[in-house]
Design a protein around this ligand. Structure first.
Ligand code: SME
Length: 166
């Protein structure tokens, strides 16, 4: 979305993003297409979202994530075992991981030297982890309550589509 003036983390912007994502999820266009559109809305709206992607739990494997739709530079981390890296830790615990400075995180898988910070929000069905939304930023410590609330809502909204596989 193109906005005039400086980027502002307002409740109204968050509401606007969520209603656009709600409209995407209503469409009859397949899971991958929907998730890619969600990535595009997020990366196109929030300047500090430099890489936006979904990892989904592979039902064929024991506790392993597989890369789904994403926007940003290609990554070598196409499969991530539970527990490995920030994504694997979020999957193993079902908890949100916010890393303000990736250089200070010991259990981290680097995708690009440009990345300074990362947030990973699990997508849950009760206690079961279905996948997660992963966002990398080239900025140091850009994520706050506004981002947590936005991304938590997005993960809540995409859960049913992932369960249905469409
Ligand atoms: N940095 C992640 C790996 C995935 S990339 O950010 C796309 C991690 O530590 O799990």
């Amino acid at each position: 979305m193109k906005v005039d003036g400086p980027f502002m983390k307002t409740p109204s912007l968050r509401g606007d993003v969520l209603s656009r994502i709600g409209a995407i999820l209503q469409k009859d266009e397949g899971l991958d297409s929907k998730l890619l559109s969600v990535c595009k809305v997020l990366s196109g709206t929030v300047p500090h979202y430099d890489w936006v992607g979904f990892y989904l739990v592979d039902p064929e494997k024991d506790r392993e994530l597989v890369l789904g739709p994403f926007v940003g530079a290609p990554t070598e981390h196409v499969r991530i075992p539970f527990g490995k890296g920030i994504c694997g830790q979020a999957a193993a615990t079902g908890m949100l991981f916010l890393v303000p400075d990736v250089l200070k995180e010991g259990n981290y898988l680097s995708c690009s030297p440009d990345v300074r910070s990362e947030i990973v929000v699990p997508i849950l069905d009760g206690d079961r982890v279905l996948g997660e939304l992963d966002i990398d930023s080239h900025m140091m410590d850009p994520f706050d309550g506004w981002d947590r609330e936005l991304l938590g809502s997005v993960c809540h909204m995409v859960g049913p589509s992932i369960i249905l596989g469409k």
